[in-house]
Design a protein around this ligand. Structure first.
Ligand SMILES: Cc1ncc(COP(=O)(O)O)c(C=O)c1O
Length: 357
């Protein structure tokens, strides 16, 4: 029973088939010929992905993961050493590591007790001492709370500070078309695409501030490609990208609004069943519109051991999320439960009983 889609979703049969079929095409036609033959499909996928974050097909680069996207962004932006990046206290640890590795200084913006941005405080911080950009993780890995992305985008726009959104846990899950300047994420979570594929979407105004490692000036004959394509790897798992394109097509066909509503309902059903069960406490508000629920353990209960027991004894897949993911916000590990459209209320009942027979 997969209640772990915030880690990695199950791919549909159509996605699995599309990936396998492209791999076969590569063997039959040659890798680069097969890629060229799939160009129209890849471009359609760019268009749909871009639409999910309110940008255009030309703004999309396929990458290898969300982390690869943010590393590309900060390394190619080449901001002055020590330039400040505004983040919330619960920022994902690996993003913080990418910023510091690029010589940037994360500065913490104010948030409430749940970790949600304090808009008045953010406005003040942007006015008094604006950072080079604000980086907002719309839905965190360690807590299923949605940040007020549209409001933060408006504050950033008013202050002239670019906003970058991490939508790794948000795309295919909550609305990500919020007016950001750049957004990045991954295929394998709520879009239910293959692993090893991600995306980085940049408005042209951000694109003009970046310098690609290999750009048009290094070519004898400047190739005419869309601006974001300079940030794609020269070689890549193209079959995986095609899988992502099919997955976003399925998401669109299912209706993003309907998917969001169903995921929010599953989140609520999870919290209703689990809060207080055997002494476990839900961190999110009951009606937070996400399908991610995190549970704080009763005293002296080892979350990792419980996750291992749920898997071994009940075939239930969950995540034990360690404190390292958001050390400023978590006081210890939490058990993360994340159903998707293929999950059932009966599975949630099994989990509730397994937590406290
Ligand atoms: C909020 C958030 N950002 C970034 C990442 C990193 O994504 P990836 O593993 O695709 O690099 C994750 C992965 O769990 C995540 O939850």
């Amino acid at each position: 029973m997969h209640l772990d889609h915030a880690a990695c979703s199950r791919q549909s049969t159509a996605v699995l088939d599309a990936v396998a079929q492209h791999a076969r095409h590569e063997a039959e036609l040659g890798g680069y010929v097969a890629e060229q033959a799939a160009d129209g499909l890849l471009q359609q996928g760019r268009s749909v992905l871009a639409g999910l974050v309110g940008m255009a097909a030309a703004d999309v680069a396929f990458t290898e993961s969300a982390s690869a996207s943010v590393r590309t962004l900060v390394s190619r932006w080449r901001l002055a050493p020590g330039a400040r990046v505004g983040v919330l206290p619960g920022e994902y640890w690996q993003n913080v590591a990418a910023f510091t590795d690029a010589g940037l200084t994360p500065v913490v913006l104010p948030a409430d007790a749940l970790g949600r941005a304090d808009l008045a405080g953010v406005e003040r911080a942007l006015r008094d001492d604006p950072p080079a950009f604000v980086h907002l993780t719309l839905v965190a890995s360690h807590r299923g709370v949605v940040q007020p992305g549209r409001e933060v985008a408006a504050l950033c726009r008013a202050a002239g500070v670019p906003l970058v959104l991490d939508v790794a846990q948000a795309v295919g899950h909550v609305d990500c078309d919020l007016g950001a300047d750049a957004a990045y994420g991954t295929s394998r979570k709520w879009l239910a695409g293959p692993r090893g594929v991600g995306f980085l979407v940049l408005r042209p105004a951000v694109g003009t501030r970046l310098t690609p490692l290999v750009g048009p000036e290094l070519y004898d004959d400047r190739p005419a490609v869309d601006h974001a394509r300079w940030y794609e790897s020269h070689d890549a798992h193209v079959a995986g990208r095609i899988g992502l394109v099919v997955a976003v097509g399925e998401h669109l066909a299912a209706g993003p609004h309907r998917v969001r509503e169903r995921l929010a309902a599953l989140g609520r059903a999870t919290r209703e069943r689990l809060d207080g069960r055997g002494g476990w406490r839900v961190a999110e508000p009951l009606d937070e519109p996400t399908a991610i629920t995190t549970l704080r353990p009763p005293a002296d209960v080892d979350v990792r051991q419980v996750a291992a027991r749920l898997r071994a004894e009940h075939s239930l897949l969950t995540t034990a999320a360690g404190r390292e993911r958001a050390p400023r916000e978590l006081s210890g590990p939490v058990l993360r439960v994340s159903p998707h459209l293929d999950s059932t209320l009966e599975q949630l009942d099994v989990l509730a009983t397994a937590l406290a027979p």
